[in-house]
Design a protein. Structure first.
Length: 535
C-alpha cells in the first residue's frame, strides 16, 4: 500500500478533533487552558490538523483560537462550522464569517450527504441544498482558507441513495474543497460497507478523501482502516477515542497500526515512541482515567499473566506480542498471580535464577495467599516485598506497635487516627485527622515515620479500592483493599486482605511505605542493612 508503485510510503494525514468532537463526550469538559495545553501536545507529537472548536457555538471556543494563535509549529489549525443556513447567502452567513474571524488557516464545515437528512432534518429541498454546499465551500476558498468538507451521514446516505450522496461530494469538489471527509456519523456501518462506499467516492471525484468514523458499533478503527484501503488519505479522530455516545475513532490506535501494519507514513516518525506518555498525559488533562486495556498504550497492552505466556515471552517476545512495546513507548509487564509459574517470577526477579528452593516456596506462597483473597497481579509492590521476605532480605524500617481510629459525630462527623511505632530505639505516637478512616490512618503513619525517613514526605495515596470477596457473609465478609500511591514518577500498588476493612487497609498502607523506602534505597535507622534484614 505504498501507492502508485512508489518506494516512498503513501502519507496519511492525521486530523485531530479532540478539542471539538472529543469534548462532546460525557464527563469531558475542558477549560481554555486545557485546550491550549492539549493543542501544544498534539502539535509536538506531529498531528497535521488540529480542529479547535466551533467558534459560533460558544465563547470558550472563540477564546481558544485567540489564545493559541501563533503558537503551533507544525499542525494547521482548523475552525469548525456548518454550511450556510437555509435562505441565506454564504457571504452573509454568521457561522461562516465566524470561521474567518478566528484567523485559522483551515475551515472544516459539515453538510448532509444524505437525502433523508437534507430533506427531513434540515427542511431543505435536496437538489437546492447541493448549491448551498458548493457556495459555502467556495466562499471560504475565496477567502484564502484550506477547506475540509465533512460529508455528514455519507455512509448511511450512500446506502439509501448512492447517487445523492455522491452528488453532495461532487458539490463540495465543485466549490473547491481541498478535502472531503466521509462521515460514519451514526457509527453503525460495517468495514466492507465503508470500503465500498469510499471506493465509489474515489471513482466519482478527484478531491482528496478522508474518513471520520464514530464507534457506536465498536468498529471506528476498523472502518477508518477500511477507508484507507479504499483510497482515503486523511483520518479524523480523537485522542483515546473521546467523543459523543460511544466515542470517535481512536487515532492513538490507528497511528501505530497504519505505520506498523499497513506500511504507510503517518505522523512524525520520531514521535511515535512517545505515544504512550502522550495518551496518558491527555487523559490526565481531561480528568479521565486511562483505559488499561487500550491497544498499544494501555497499561495491560503488553502485560503477561499466565505462566506459559511469560515463559514464551522470555525466550521470544514475538510469541505473544504483535509489536515491540518500545515502538510506542510502552513497557512489557510480567504479573505474578495464582496463574504464575517459575517463569513469571524469573522474568520479574532475575536474581531468583540460582535460588530454586526459594522460587518454589514463593510460587506456593503466592498461590496460597491468592486463595485467601490477595490479588498480586494488581499489587506489584506487595509481590516485590514478599520476594524480599522469602529471601530473608526484607528490611525492617520500623515496628508497628498500635493503631486506633475514631469516627465521631453525626451532623459534623470527624475521623482521627493514632499510630504508635518503634523506630530504632525510639517509640513514636502520632495522630492525624482525615476525610475518612483510611485517609486519617495513612496520614498518621507517614507523620510518625516522616521525621526519620524524609522520603515519605513525597509519598501520596492516589487511589483506594475495596472489594467484598464473599457477599454471603454480609458485614463479616473478607474484604480486599487495593491501594495506589505515587512516589515522584512511580506508581506503587499494594494489597491487603482481612475481614476487618481497617486491618486490610493497614496492610496495604504499610506495604506502600515499606516499598517506598526500599526503592529509594533508604537505610534502616540505626542499623546496617545486613543487621536490619536479620531483625
Amino acid at each position: 500500500m505504498t501507492g502508485n508503485g512508489s518506494a516512498t510510503p503513501r502519507r496519511i494525514m492525521l486530523y485531530d478533533t479532540t478539542l471539538r468532537d472529543g469534548t462532546q463526550g460525557a464527563n469531558i469538559s475542558l477549560t481554555v487552558d486545557d485546550k491550549v495545553q492539549i493543542a501544544l501536545l498534539l502539535d509536538d507529537i506531529g498531528v497535521d490538523y488540529i480542529e479547535g472548536g466551533w467558534p459560533l457555538s460558544n465563547p470558550k471556543d472563540l477564546a481558544f483560537f485567540q489564545a493559541v494563535r501563533g503558537r503551533l509549529r507544525h499542525a494547521r489549525l482548523a475552525a469548525f462550522g456548518s454550511t450556510a443556513r437555509r435562505g441565506r447567502p454564504a457571504e452573509a452567513d454568521a457561522n461562516l464569517r465566524a470561521i474567518l474571524e478566528t484567523g485559522a488557516p483551515v475551515a472544516c464545515i459539515f453538510g448532509k450527504a444524505s437525502r433523508f437528512q437534507a430533506e427531513r432534518i434540515l427542511g431543505q429541498d435536496p437538489e437546492a441544498y447541493l448549491g448551498v454546499v458548493e457556495s459555502s465551500v467556495r466562499f471560504l476558498k475565496r477567502a484564502g482558507l484550506e477547506v475540509v468538507f465533512d460529508a455528514e451521514h455519507y455512509f448511511d446516505g450512500f446506502k439509501a441513495d448512492p447517487g445523492y450522496a455522491l452528488d453532495v461530494v461532487r458539490a463540495a469538489e465543485a466549490g473547491g474543497a481541498d478535502w472531503v471527509a466521509l462521515c460514519d456519523t451514526n457509527g453503525g456501518s460495517l468495514p466492507e460497507e465503508v470500503e465500498a462506499a469510499t471506493r465509489a467516492a474515489a471513482a466519482a471525484v478527484q478531491v482528496r478523501l478522508g474518513i471520520h468514523a464514530h464507534n457506536d458499533g465498536g468498529l471506528a478503527v476498523a472502518n477508518s482502516l477500511a477507508a484507507l484501503r479504499a483510497g482515503a488519505d486523511m483520518v479524523q479522530g480523537t485522542v483515546n477515542g473521546y467523543g459523543e455516545r460511544c466515542g470517535n475513532a481512536n487515532w492513538v490506535t490507528i497511528w501505530p497500526t497504519v505505520v506498523a501494519k499497513l506500511g504507510l507514513a503517518m505522523g512524525r516518525p520520531e514521535a511515535l515512541s512517545r505515544l504512550t506518555t502522550f495518551s496518558r498525559t491527555v487523559a490526565e488533562i481531561a480528568n479521565m482515567a486511562p483505559n488499561p486495556s487500550d491497544p498499544y498504550v494501555g497499561e495491560n497492552a503488553f502485560t503477561h499473566k499466565a505462566g506459559v505466556h511469560a515463559s514464551a515471552v522470555r525466550k521470544q517476545p514475538e510469541a505473544y506480542e504483535h509489536i515491540d512495546p518500545g515502538l510506542v513507548g510502552n513497557d512489557r509487564r510480567i504479573l505474578v498471580s495464582e496463574l504464575a509459574g517459575r517463569s513469571n517470577l524469573l522474568a520479574r526477579f532475575p536474581e531468583l535464577a540460582e535460588r530454586a528452593d526459594e522460587t518454589a516456596r514463593l510460587v506456593e506462597a503466592i498461590k496460597e495467599r491468592e486463595h485467601r483473597g490477595f490479588q498480586f497481579d494488581a499489587a506489584e509492590a506487595s509481590v516485590a516485598l514478599l520476594v524480599r521476605e522469602v529471601l530473608g532480605e526484607r528490611l525492617e524500617y520500623y515496628r508497628p506497635l498500635h493503631y486506633h481510629v475514631w469516627v465521631s459525630g453525626v451532623q459534623a462527623p470527624g475521623v482521627e487516627a493514632t499510630v504508635r511505632v518503634q523506630v530504632g530505639d525510639q517509640e513514636v505516637l502520632e495522630a492525624a485527622l482525615g476525610d475518612g478512616p483510611v485517609h486519617a490512618l495513612d496520614g498518621a503513619l507517614r507523620k510518625a515515620l516522616g521525621r526519620f525517613y524524609p522520603a515519605l514526605h513525597e509519598l501520596r495515596l492516589t487511589d483506594y479500592k475495596v472489594r467484598v470477596l464473599d457477599g454471603r457473609e454480609g458485614t463479616a465478609a473478607t474484604v480486599r483493599v487495593l491501594v495506589s500511591s505515587r512516589l515522584r514518577d512511580r506508581t506503587i500498588r499494594t494489597v491487603g486482605v482481612s475481614p476487618n476493612i481497617l486491618e486490610a487497609s493497614w496492610q496495604a498502607l504499610r506495604d506502600a511505605v515499606d516499598y517506598a523506602l526500599h526503592v529509594t534505597g533508604t537505610p534502616v535507622l540505626g542499623k546496617a542493612p545486613a543487621e536490619a534484614a536479620r531483625s
